[in-house]
Design a binder for this molecule. Structure first.
Ligand code: HEM
Length: 528
């Protein structure tokens, strides 16, 4: 299934004057820092020298049909599941800035393939960057369940002051390293259960089942339940009945993953009438809202009798409950983390494990590093241990560069701008296709070579803004520290004891919601 353009740009952010802010989300931020100063203010002169918007190259819309048809599988020449290739084709055919206009019922998309320009735009973002995202969710939050979400509907699919106010309430506890440190042991426990689950799921030669990607989803659900709801959801149990709550949660997450793109791209009629798929979507979302509400109420009850001597005794959820005094904030925070924190990490892990299994030399280097840092496999992991896994982190970073899980980010222009010498009007949705820019010779030396060392050695070209897996600036991924933690714990635990292999037809990458290997992920797991 293809991921909709709207969702694609959904992983983007807006504009303002941030000055010298760094790509703070990245563990390699020092190295990644760009040498290029953010461009000075856009003067009248800059605008008057700019070429008009109408001259930006790009596919010309056909009268009546516009350009939308080009993205529709079967009739158009661009298959949405091949979106990574399409974005590359745009660059090859039209150059570093491409306008896709005439899209029925939506603003133009402007693809920018110039890392310097991308940097400039990110650095000039205002305090409330606008990442056009998830129209279904926007309608659900702002219309269907306005009764519940009210004036502080969270961060995902929310913009302007409402976004800023909500984000400022939850950002500190979520992003503080102290908070994340507290989750090393809980995530390790979930991951140990997952590895046991994998051991049981293997066949006699050690191959994992065809739908192993579903199992990875269960692990990520279990992780997010532990982080956002303070519970073990029980998704990794081997004998779930159809009606059990964990199975219903798994089904709801799967439904969201598979149907949002269909709703947003193929059948946007829900905007006007409540189609059956839309009604199912609303019921599915209601299920998540009820689930979060119930677990947050339980956490609130527990908190009433919990002995707390310092902030350090509190979980992330408890900190938000205590500091905000409004369980609604904690519920909506949990909901947002769940909505975007399952597929992203699952798809990233599918990609990372597949790359590890098919790159023997690099996998062995990771295993060696992990063995060195963790000589005793029975000793619980610490944050300090994880911090020492430099090569392993570089491997992950290199997977993100070459196979960008979130294929791009974007921002809706809130002011007119000059990009690559063209005057671009406000309202246009700018797309930063990291899947392409991370692989451009101009910004990365020998981009076709898979080389984790490039993130450690500091020689060669590596433009900070060519590959930004978690976005940048005020709207940067809120779950990135947890995402890094979950990935590192999984690799440390798994590769410490097992070798991963892959003995089937090579998997192609496709945009199946995110960018990930498409097909049965039959990894083989062999004791070291
Ligand atoms: C490897 C996994 C992940 C990747 C590649 C990823 C990537 C991204 C990107 C590119 C953005 C947009 C940032 C921007 O606009 O500049 C984003 C936003 C977001 N992510 Fe992640 N993410 C991942 C995992 C997670 C997880 C596990 C969670 C939750 C625990 C999460 C929660 C969020 C939230 C809430 C936002 C919206 C932030 C806002 O709009 O204020 N992400 N993510």
């Amino acid at each position: 299934m293809g991921r909709s353009l709207q969702s694609f740009t959904g992983y983007v952010r807006p504009f303002s004057i941030i000055g010298s802010r760094q790509a703070s989300g990245c563990p390699f931020s020092k190295r990644q820092r760009s040498q290029i100063a953010p461009t000075a203010a856009l003067t009248d002169e800059v605008f008057s020298n700019a070429k008009p918007y109408s001259e930006v190259p790009g596919p010309k819309p056909i009268p009546l049909l516009g350009n939308t048809w080009r993205m529709v599988p079967v009739i158009g020449q661009f298959d949405i599941s091949e979106f990574a290739k399409v974005t590359q084709q745009f660059l090859d055919k039209y150059g570093r800035i491409v306008r896709l206009g005439g899209l029925i019922g939506r603003p133009d998309l402007l693809f920018v393939y110039d890392a310097d320009e991308i940097e400039r735009m990110y650095r000039r973002e205002g305090p409330t960057p606008f990442r056009p995202a998830m129209p279904c969710l926007v309608k659900y939050k702002s219309e269907v369940r306005k009764d519940f979400f009210g004036d502080l509907p969270g961060v995902v699919g929310v913009h302007g002051e409402q976004w800023r106010t909500f984000r400022s309430k939850v950002q500190r506890p979520i992003l503080q390293p102290q908070t994340v440190k507290k989750y090393v042991a809980p995530i390790e426990m979930v991951t140990e259960d997952f590895i046991r689950y994998m051991e049981n799921a293997r066949d006699e030669i050690g191959d994992l089942p065809k739908d192993f990607d579903n199992d990875i989803h269960k692990w990520s659900l279990e992780c997010i339940g532990r982080v956002a709801l303070d519970v073990r959801l029980g998704c990794l149990s081997n004998d779930l009945t159809n009606n059990s709550e964990p199975q219903r949660i798994i089904d709801a997450a799967k439904f969201a993953l598979r149907n949002v793109a269909v709703l947003e791209l193929k059948a946007p009629y829900w905007r006007y009438i409540p189609t059956p798929l839309w009604t199912k979507y609303v019921n599915n979302m209601n299920f998540f809202v009820e689930l979060c509400t119930r677990y947050i109420n339980e956490a609130l009850e527990r908190l009433k009798t919990k002995k707390v001597t310092s902030e350090n005794d509190l979980s992330l959820l408890e900190r938000v409950l205590k500091s905000e005094g409004d369980p609604k904030i904690a519920t909506i925070m949990a909901l947002d983390l769940i909505l975007v924190g399952i597929d992203t990490i699952s798809m990233a892990v599918c990609s990372i494990l597949y790359q590890a299994a098919t790159r023997v030399k690099q996998q062995e280097k990771m295993a060696e590093e992990i063995r060195k840092v963790l000589p005793d496999p029975s000793k619980p992991l610490t944050y300090a241990d994880l911090d020492k896994l430099h090569y392993t982190k570089a491997f992950v970073r290199e997977v993100f560069r070459m196979y960008s899980t979130v294929i791009g980010n974007g921002r809706t222009l809130q002011e007119d701008d000059v990009i690559c010498g063209y005057h671009i009007p406000k309202g246009v949705q700018v797309v930063f296709p990291t899947i392409v820019t991370g692989n451009m010779e101009q910004f990365v030396s020998n981009p076709k070579e898979f080389k984790p060392e490039r993130w450690l050695e500091g020689n060669g070209r590596l433009h900070s803004f060519a590959s930004l897996p978690y976005g940048f600036g005020a709207r940067i991924c809120l779950g990135r520290r947890f995402a890094d933690l979950e990935i590192q714990v999984l690799l440390a635990k798994l590769l410490r004891r097992y070798r991963l292999e892959y003995h089937h037809d090579p998997l192609e990458y496709a945009v199946t919601f995110m960018y990930a290997p498409d097909g049965p992920l039959r990894l083989r797991m062999i004791e070291r």
